[in-house]
Design a protein around this ligand. Structure first.
Ligand SMILES: Cc1ncc(COP(=O)(O)O)c(C=O)c1O
Length: 444
């Protein structure tokens, strides 16, 4: 273990990691994973309560996905996707168009969430140029948003921790307010929550003022995940989506974190009932097993790209539609249809009940909320007695949970769960118990 850690420290640079924290909580060498658990090099199990950054939908190394990938990698490992095509990509695209909200006509594959967002931005922008709407060159996004960290996607992300340094490099974006429902219940997804909030009125007014110059509005439907799992209410998302589309502004739904059952439905946009013009998918698209992303494009939007070659969409990534990743995606969709979706209601109820119990057992939890298989607990800093000495609630809770065999990675003072959709009752009990103990240890 120590040998690997020393070597890692010599040669590697980890994402979202402060050099200063490496001594206190160095990266944990992991040897293997199975189901809801990671196993460190000494064989110690760690319950992956956040699905490794929201990827592992069916747990790790699901045998059906592994079998599909194994078969595919021995048949066709990779082929460039310009000038070639293959069954896994065709099949996955057909199924996505079939299962997504109605109205999409094309699937543009890529390999990361940020790329899917860049593609949506560029498609929208170029469609305006070629459709004779040159005045529509700007984007709108919501405050507290996160859409990735390449320069286009970063420009749409409101969080200053990520964007401040690079702000001179970013395109100018109009940020709209969005409400927050801190005690959101899963049942609220079926209501008009957020629609009549002051933030919704302000967002609509801003859209009306800027609508003529906007090419697209990007939203994270239902949950702003990196933004401390904020839930603005389905009614708010519905209202601004409808308003934007009525003004002729494209709506880009960033479902990178929330699609494939995370909110209790296959796509979070289903709760909204309006089809966005472009939809970005990644993370769970391959079942969380390989890097894969795509952008769904509303039927007909591609028409302005036909004709002279100069009208083509000149965007490519080397590993576009990798066959092995697509085969994993097909196996994952089959599992979702056959196993996850039928069991969803029970799983969502179990997660909700466990979250209520945890909130009752921790005086420091101010509010908790749920949307499908996502749960978040806001810790009240003022309730900490005495709280972590250095004020680092997130790092301290992470440390306290890891010591007890659970991977939690709070977003500042918000602890959240986004476990594999098939987390078992005993795993959920372990998760609840460790969450309570870790929060109470840190917050006093
Ligand atoms: C909503 C959302 N959009 C975009 C991204 C960026 O995806 P990637 O890290 O694959 O570039 C993320 C990643 O967490 C995300 O949660």
């Amino acid at each position: 273990m120590e040998d690997l850690r020393a070597k890692d420290a010599r040669v590697l640079w980890h994402p979202a990691t402060h050099f200063g924290d490496l001594e206190r909580l160095p990266p944990l060498p992991v040897a293997r994973a199975k189901g809801s658990f990671l196993y460190d090099v000494e064989g110690r199990p760690i319950l992956d309560a956040i699905s490794s950054w929201w990827t592992a939908l069916h747990g790790h190394c699901h045998p059906r996905i592994v079998a599909a990938m194994t078969e595919q990698v021995g048949t066709l490992d990779h082929v460039m996707f310009a000038g070639f095509t293959h069954e896994p990509a065709i099949g996955l695209a057909e199924q996505l168009l079939d299962m997504a909200p109605p109205g999409y006509g094309k699937v543009f594959f890529s390999d990361s969430g940020s790329s899917a967002v860049e593609i949506a931005m560029k498609l929208s922008f170029q469609a305006r140029l070629q459709g004779g709407e040159r005045g529509r060159g700007r984007f709108a996004a919501l405050k507290n948003s996160y859409h990735g960290e390449t320069l286009g996607a970063l420009a749409l992300s409101a969080n200053d921790d990520y964007r401040a340094t690079f702000s001179p490099l970013l395109v100018d974006v109009t940020f709209l307010p969005s409400p927050s429902v801190p005690a959101h219940r899963h049942e609220d997804l079926s209501s008009d929550a957020g629609a009549d909030s002051p933030e919704a009125d302000e967002a609509v007014a801003s859209l009306r003022a800027h609508g003529h110059e906007l090419t697209a509005l990007i939203i994270e439907p239902i949950v702003q995940c990196a933004g401390k799992m904020r839930m603005p209410g389905a009614g708010f998302i519905r209202r601004i989506t409808q308003e934007a589309q009525a003004l002729g502004v494209h709506v880009i739904a960033d479902e990178i974190a929330v699609a494939f059952g995370r909110t209790g439905r296959l796509f979070a946009s289903e709760w909204v009932g309006v089809t966005p013009d472009l939809m970005c998918l990644s993370k769970g698209l391959s079942g969380g097993m390989l890097p894969l992303a795509c952008t769904l494009v509303r039927e007909g939007l591609e028409d302005v790209f036909r004709g002279h070659p100069s009208r083509s969409f000149m965007h490519s990534h080397t590993f576009t539609a990798n066959p092995v990743a697509c085969a994993a995606g097909l196996a994952s969709l089959a599992l979702l249809r056959e196993e996850r979706i039928p069991a969803m209601e029970g799983q969502v109820a179990a997660l909700g009940a466990a979250a209520d119990d945890v909130a009752r057992a921790c005086a420091a939890i101010g509010a908790h909320r749920q949307a499908g298989m996502i749960v978040a607990f806001d810790l009240d800093r003022d309730a900490a007695h005495p709280g972590p000495v250095d004020g680092r609630i997130s790092l301290s809770v992470r440390e306290a949970a890891l010591k007890r065999g659970v991977l939690l990675r709070p977003l500042h003072d918000t602890v959240y769960w986004m476990p594999p959709l098939n987390i078992s009752p005993s795993e959920l009990s372990l998760l609840s118990e460790v969450t309570v103990d870790a929060v109470n240890e840190v917050m006093g």
